[in-house]
Design a protein. Structure first.
Length: 82
C-alpha cells in the first residue's frame, strides 16, 4: 500500500471517528493503530473543547454589547416619558 493510500485511509478514519459517525468499515487491528486512534480522539476532544470555549466567549461579548444598547434604549424611553 502506498503512502498516499495510507493517508487517505487515515484521513477517512479520523473524520468518521471524530464526527462520531463511525461506519465500522475501518477499525484498528493492532495495538499501534489503537494507540493512534486514542490519540486522534483525545486531540479531537481537545480541539472541540477549545473551539466551544471561544465560541461561548464570543456569544457573551455579543450579549454584553447588546445589553448596553438595550439599556440606553430604555433610558431614552424613560427620559422622553418624563
Amino acid at each position: 500500500m502506498s503512502n498516499f493510500d495510507k493517508m487517505v485511509k487515515l484521513t477517512y478514519f479520523s473524520f468518521t471517528t471524530l464526527s462520531t459517525v463511525g461506519f465500522g468499515d475501518m477499525h484498528p487491528r493492532g495495538n499501534s493503530e489503537r494507540v493512534a486512534g486514542v490519540v486522534i480522539l483525545l486531540i479531537g476532544v481537545l480541539v472541540t473543547s477549545v473551539f466551544m470555549e471561544n465560541f461561548s466567549k464570543v456569544i457573551k461579548v455579543i450579549n454584553t454589547v447588546n445589553l448596553d444598547f438595550e439599556q440606553s434604549d430604555e433610558l431614552s424611553v424613560f427620559l422622553k416619558v418624563m
